[in-house]
Design a protein around this ligand. Structure first.
Ligand code: CTP
Length: 224
């Protein structure tokens, strides 16, 4: 396996990475979730740790083993993820939110299993906390914030809007909903967009290779 090394000028960093889906409980046996596999976030954590950075990985439920030398914090819901991110964000120099956080969660948790009665069943949902937006609102000097934009259309435009709205340094525009890339695949293509308008297009490649390229850019010292 290739050994990742830090580039000249890349300082040792405390890096917080989130990965995988969240699960929002409906009742004791059911939940709402999404197709995120966690592979992109885990690849970022593995490469960052091989570069010698101190990595904390806050992860939703995934089927892959955590990389060695990474502190792993398992979470279930968006609320759990928000709490753990807040806890570890305090000391982080770089935060990469690769997790597919649920935007909505059931308004009420049914403590008994919901029985099959009605032909049509509606479940009321309420918004979850936007973890990344809150980090963007309370920015700490020198801390780098990176988001992922999971999009099925208008990839770059939508990602740019998110970068601005969430007050980020970088956003990875990530096409989801296709078989050969995104959520469950081992491969991904992406465009990395910076706050100051840089757009770097990465063609389809392994998530490990893409993780290395993203990290080399976002770990660069911020000038000014
Ligand atoms: N995110 C977050 N908290 C949420 C939802 C999303 O921190 N409750 C983060 C994701 O981890 C990702 C970024 O925000 O880094 C963008 O997530 P995405 O799902 O692409 O966009 P949303 O903000 O949820 O907007 P929409 O679903 O309308 O595209």
């Amino acid at each position: 396996m290739q050994r990742a090394v830090r580039k000249m000028g890349e300082k040792h960093m405390k890096i917080l990475i989130t990965a995988g889906p969240t699960r929002e409980k409906i009742d004791p046996v059911r939940f709402i979730s999404n197709y995120s596999s966690g592979k992109m976030g885990y690849a970022l954590a593995e490469v960052a740790s091989k570069k010698g950075h101190e990595v904390t990985l806050v992860s939703g439920s995934v089927a892959i083993a955590p990389p060695k030398s990474v502190k792993i914090v398992q979470v279930e819901s968006a609320a759990d993820m928000a709490r753990e991110v807040r806890r570890f964000a305090k000391s982080a120099d770089l935060i990469i939110m690769a997790a597919a956080v649920a935007d909505y969660t059931p308004a009420k948790f049914a403590k008994d299993k919901i029985k099959k009665k009605d032909e049509v069943l509606s479940i009321k949902l309420k918004k979850t906390e936007d973890i990344l937006s809150n980090l963007g609102k309370n920015r700490k000097k020198g801390r780098i914030l990176v988001g992922f934009a999971a999009e099925t259309s208008d990839l770059v435009r939508n990602a740019e809007l998110k970068l601005e709205k969430k007050n980020l340094d970088w956003i990875v525009a990530n096409e989801v909903g296709k078989k050969d890339r995104g959520f469950s695949s081992d491969n991904n293509a992406a465009t990395l967009i910076s706050r100051d308008g840089k757009r770097i297009r990465f063609p389809l490649q392994s998530k490990m290779s893409l993780a290395g390229k993203i990290l080399s850019l976002v770990c660069e010292p911020i000038v000014g």
